[in-house]
Design a protein around this ligand. Sequence first.
Ligand code: HEC
Length: 220
Amino acid sequence: MSKYLNHMTTVMLFTIASLTAHANTADEEQQAAANNTPVIETLAVNVDENSFSCIREMSPVRHFYVDNLLGDIESTLAAANNPKGAKYPTGSVVQLVPTEVMVKREPGTSPATGDWEFFELQVDEKGSTIAKRGFVDVNNRFDGNCFTCHAPAREPWDFICESDHGCESIPIDHSMTGALQRSDPRCGEAVPQSGDWMALFKLKAMVTVGTTMKWVKETF
Ligand code: HEC
């Protein structure tokens, strides 16, 4: 009998405990509603090599491409097309060439870079491999720091340089970036336009000169 009573007491205590717990949650919800503080749920932006594929399957904006890993491509396009500049929404992906990517991570991830994570990819017919990723300390293959170069465009362009947002210009013009987009190996067959061969040839020469210069600097 006493065993039975003990058991009943446990059951009752348990029931009271769960009711109280429930009441607390309801209280907190009411409190939050009274303070007008919305419960913000931030979806995680998980980025791995499968997050990236053929650049031409992204949405074109002027001479670059955008996407959104959380599916909110409308908000990303709205930011990219705002003539006054705007903050890109979480999950945004921006690419000018197949091997360099900016991804907008969760709010508060990296205040210095406006929550942008920078990626340097290696791409081939099989897909993408992440060579480098990070926030303030990622360099591209010419040894230039992504963040330092993009920082002048912080306000109001949210670090997006384009041609006239205050960044130091790069020696790669849009005939070259276009040629690289049309020959992204992850897309299958290249879709060259006239002039692409020359643009890629010039680019290759520049990369060779750049690499040689780096080698000269390091060696002598
Ligand atoms: C020497 C300065 C410099 C460095 C280093 C640099 N960028 Fe850029 N980046 C630019 C400029 C300038 C543009 C705009 C080019 C244009 O469209 O005329 C640009 C364009 C881009 C774009 C297209 C959107 C935009 O801002 O116009 C992305 C994405 C990008 N860069 C990512 C990167 C990543 C990732 C790295 C590092 C791995 C990197 N960049 C390194 C200067 C730089």
